[in-house]
Design a protein around this ligand. Sequence first.
Ligand code: MN
Length: 208
Amino acid sequence: MPVYTLPELTYDYAALEPHISARIMELHHSKHHAAYVAGANTALEQMEEARTNNSFGAINKFEKDLAFHLGGHINHSIFWTNLSPDSEGRPSGELAAAIDEFFGSFDAFKAHFSAASLGIQGSGWGILSWDPVGSRLIIQQLFDQQANTAQGTVPLLQLDMWEHAFYLDYQNVKADYVAAFWNIVNWGNVEQRFAAARTHSAGVLLLS
Ligand code: MN
């Protein structure tokens, strides 16, 4: 039995049009995400085989493969739930208050998140995260699927900036893709993640 499985989407591939096309969603979910799931399972199997044979000559490759593919699986699993054809348009409640507190205003947050996403050199993700050490929201640039973010931070809202996420629809005009993203954010999902992160992540790193 594989450890990791491809999650079903809660909306149709065409549901996010015109902001993200059905063709991109189909390829992105059924091909790209599925490949990360398969890659993560393969890495686990290869590690098990290495332990069985007490043969760790390729362990660096297996560890890197696991980080990359499991990263891809987790990132996309979050991303799909961060999107909705029925976006509320903007956050509300405690998340809205926290965004004002830590970024100045919702517009300043959007400008910062958009700039961080557009500024990624190569493939990666723009991420709004909860930092349990500083007890604050932060914006991070995740490189590829697994690098350049702090350990223990909890992702709340992610934007896929890999070319496979937008190129068929937007070609090289990344700014239009990021602008369209704001029309399909599932703020209810982000608020749910925010509440869970604040409740469950406190003290998880045991720094003192
Ligand atoms: Mn992707």
